[in-house]
Design a protein around this ligand. Structure first.
Ligand SMILES: Nc1ncnc2c1ncn2[C@@H]1O[C@H](COP(=O)(O)OP(=O)(O)OP(=O)(O)O)[C@@H](O)[C@H]1O
Ligand SMILES: [Mg+2]
Length: 253
């Protein structure tokens, strides 16, 4: 068991007006300090909504969210300072006119000196291979580069919790490897990492815990191998422990 409980969701449900069914139902989840947790679920299972609720960007209709044992609603500033988010849609988090300005946005809200901010931004842009683009407008970056910029901003902020929503969407193979190396680096630095994705095969080896979300309900939660052994086909999550030794095996059918 890892450290202290950071986020605690208790019977969290979310219903939108006019919708037939809740999009999240009685979700209970403890996220502990230093944990690398993978939340998997098919399209529409509720991953992005769950991330928004954890990060305090969306209010649950029922249930409660605690941050370090206190109601999250009264911990907004601490959550914002400690939690770095990588959104599924990277356009949604562009804040700067240039790449370097964008990466500096988070750290510049921490009351750091100009030199410290500059150093952090330099280090983060280098880690994500964005130095050459530092004066480019972020909107002109490719999808994968925008995602790397979001991650660079988080690195520069020094958040203790990183939550990534579909971090591999749009990334090429080197981009995936780079992202995995960053995740491994975050883990080694003792950060809490929460990844929401349907691309299980890319992160399973790094995760200590796997949660399956299907139609807004947590269907399983535990050690990855054990959860995969118990997978129900209806949950829309595929066990990636499959042999691709031959070309004829390279099919998802
Ligand atoms: N504002 C809203 N009003 C009504 N329904 C919504 C709203 N936002 C999301 N939903 C519904 O909630 C469900 C879960 O959405 P969510 O975006 O969390 O899924 P997801 O697991 O992130 O999917 P994906 O893998 O496609 O990103 C979907 O069926 C979606 O249509
Ligand atoms: Mg989503």
């Amino acid at each position: 068991m890892k450290g202290e409980v950071l986020f605690s969701l208790r019977n969290v449900s979310k219903t939108f007006p006019g919708a037939a069914a809740p999009v999240l139902s009685r979700v209970s989840l403890d996220i502990r300090e230093g944990e690398c947790l993978l939340i998997a679920g098919s399209n529409g299972s509720g991953k992005t909504l769950l991330m928004r609720i954890i990060a305090g960007l969306l209010e649950p209709s029922e249930g409660e969210v605690l941050f370090r044992g206190l109601p999250a609603g009264r911990q907004e500033a601490a959550i914002r300072r400690e939690t770095g988010l990588v959104f599924q849609d990277p356009d949604a988090q562009i804040v700067g006119e240039t790449v370097e300005e964008d990466a500096a946005f988070g750290p510049s809200n921490l009351g750091l000196s100009k030199e410290e901010i500059r150093e952090r931004v330099d280090r983060a842009l280098a880690a994500f291979g964005l130095e050459e683009k530092r004066r480019s407008p972020p909107r002109r970056l490719s999808g994968g580069e925008k995602r790397r910029l979001a991650a660079a901003g988080i690195l520069a902020m020094g958040c203790s919790v990183v939550i990534m929503d579909e971090p591999f969407a749009n990334l090429d193979w080197p981009g995936v490897v780079q992202t995995l190396e960053i995740i491994r680096g975050l883990k080694e630095a003792g950060k809490t990492v929460l990844i929401l994705t349907h691309e299980l095969e890319k992160t399973l080896a790094l995760a200590e815990r796997l949660v399956i979300l299907h139609r807004g309900l947590i269907r399983d939660d535990g050690e990855p191998a054990a959860v995969l052994d118990r997978l129900n086909r209806e949950w829309g999550v595929r066990d990636p422990r499959r042999n691709y030794a031959e070309v004829k095996d390279c099919s998802w059918l």
